[in-house]
Write a protein that binds this ligand. Structure first.
Ligand SMILES: Cc1cc2nc3c(=O)[nH]c(=O)nc-3n(C[C@H](O)[C@H](O)[C@H](O)COP(=O)(O)OP(=O)(O)OC[C@H]3O[C@@H](n4cnc5c(N)ncnc54)[C@H](O)[C@@H]3O)c2cc1C
Length: 453
């Protein structure tokens, strides 16, 4: 049975996250956006409030929240500040490879620690020369006995600088053999206090400016054997992909939270702003805009819940994660854009909140796999055998002749013999196909018997 009712516990998580977001994120979000700085103290408050690291299993002292409940929390954070939501949730992204790995030693060491102490964990696959093409990474992992030595640069690391300052960790993917592409990739947990790890310049951005984005440099960084999350030869690449499957629906939750707020601000404005003697919200074109904004928010949320449900059932959520990520982030961008339009000139100013939502939302189409990459995942499923069609193949399409249909139906639809030209689609009725198709003039061989089956 399909049930969309949230449990009492889920409602409580939602309320806790909403209260936190309204009181701790919303009031400071614009200041830190202007300053282009990540307020680590807000993350510390989230940690103190028990609203960070929510996926950590109970075995290590965590809440082990299911994906759906986590999406409720993420939506609330993003409704007040998508950049801060990214920073808070990024710890979940950094921890996901640990949770999904078989390395019990690291799970015990790191997951237990992040529950007891405020430690940041970041995630790094991307580099200056690659993002979408994960298998094309250059950061090197060379074996030295049982250990590995890392050399190279990871770019776009969200929370990278803050995690290093905080004595935290990074889940890093690097290659043992570039030519082997996917098979060369291995995953590691790197203690950012290790010798040879340095933080490069902060990367200035268009939106989500209160999330910290940096490059991390690795100069002969030794990773002990017991810090390997997944080895080369297949497991490393799979671990990176499985991580994205878990976390992509959360990017959808960022989108819904932010779009919901933009919609609310747009609606408020439509009711108060007057033009031509009435509130602009009385014009049907504005009403239709708002209706569609609401529809996009609600349908995006439904998709998020569905993909979370897939993952929570232990099913492979790859397809739903990709569909959700690209649909909800594009829908959210349209919602914020429409909200800005409703506000006219004020919408474009920094005195009103929507321009920031628009900038923040724009990023969601890029990180954790661009929306083109999500489409590539989906088309692979559709065209390469994953999707199982219900309808007959086009060349087998039966089309009974009108004058015989009732008779044929009475007799179990077996009375007519129907042939279909594979080239032009012409149907021929009779025991034998014609010598030549009367429409495209192809020879008899192009006819296929499509009825009776
Ligand atoms: C603010 C921010 C934070 C980030 N945080 C992190 C992080 O914490 N950790 C991390 O590892 N990475 C992070 N990233 C990196 C992010 O995941 C990449 O930017 C993203 O995957 C795209 O890679 P790219 O920028 O190298 O673009 P490219 O891969 O070079 O792509 C450029 C363009 O080509 C398109 N394209 C590429 N391949 C195809 C294809 N096969 N078919 C069609 N189109 C294609 C892309 O969709 C894109 O439009 C972050 C990025 C940003 C901007």
């Amino acid at each position: 049975m399909v049930d969309f009712t949230l449990t009492e516990e889920q409602l409580q998580w939602q309320q806790r996250a909403r209260d936190f977001a309204q009181n701790e994120i919303l009031p400071v979000a614009w200041y830190f956006d202007e300053k282009d700085e990540m307020p680590v103290f807000v993350l510390k408050k989230a940690w103190n409030a028990g609203l960070m690291n929510l996926g950590v299993p109970k075995k290590y002292g965590g809440e082990e929240l299911d994906n759906l409940t986590q999406s409720l929390v993420v939506e609330e954070f993003a409704s007040c500040g998508p950049g801060m939501a990214t920073s808070i949730f990024d710890n979940g992204l950094g921890q996901e490879p640990i949770i999904l790995s078989d390395n019990e030693y690291i799970k015990e060491k790191i997951l237990s620690q992040v529950i007891k102490e405020f430690k940041l964990t970041c995630f790094a696959t991307s580099e200056t020369g690659m993002g979408s093409d994960v298998a094309g990474m250059r950061c090197k992992a060379e074996k030295d006995g049982a250990d590995y030595i890392l050399n190279g640069i990871k770019y776009w690391v969200t929370n990278g600088g803050a995690a290093k300052d905080n004595g935290g960790y990074a889940s890093i993917f690097a290659t043992t053999d570039r030519k082997a592409r996917h098979n060369g990739i291995a995953g590691f947990l790197v203690d950012l206090k290790s010798d040879g790890v340095s933080v490069m310049q902060h990367i200035p951005k268009m939106g989500q400016r209160c999330s910290n984005t940096v490059a991390l440099k690795f100069d002969n960084v030794r990773v002990p054997a017991d810090h390997v999350l997944a080895r080369e030869g297949g497991p490393g690449f799979k671990l990176a992909m499985k991580t994205f499957t878990q976390t992509r629906p959360m990017i959808g939750a960022f989108a819904v939270g932010a779009a919901r707020s933009a919609m609310e601000f747009g609606m408020q404005y439509a009711l108060s702003r007057k033009a031509f003697g009435q509130p602009i919200g009385m014009f049907q074109s504005i009403q239709f805009k708002i209706t569609e904004m609401y529809q996009k928010v609600e349908t995006a949320r439904l998709m998020i819940w569905r993909s979370c449900w897939e993952a929570d059932q232990g099913r492979d959520a790859t397809l739903w994660a990709s569909m959700t990520k690209f649909w909800s982030t594009e829908a959210a961008f349209e919602v914020a854009n429409d909200a800005l339009q409703i506000m006219g000139g004020y919408g474009y100013t920094k005195y009103y909140p929507v321009e920031k939502y628009l900038r923040d939302i724009r990023l969601l189409q890029i990180y954790e796999g661009t929306n083109q990459v999500q489409r590539a995942v989906i088309i692979k499923y559709l065209l390469k055998g994953g999707y199982k069609p219900i309808m007959p193949r086009l060349e087998d399409l039966p089309r009974l002749r009108a004058k015989d249909i009732e008779e044929a139906a009475r007799k179990g639809m077996q009375q007519q013999t129907v042939w279909r030209c594979k080239v032009c689609g012409h149907h021929h009725y009779g025991d034998e196909p014609p010598d030549e198709c009367p429409v495209c003039r192809m020879k008899k061989g192009v006819f296929k018997k499509v009825w009776p089956k």
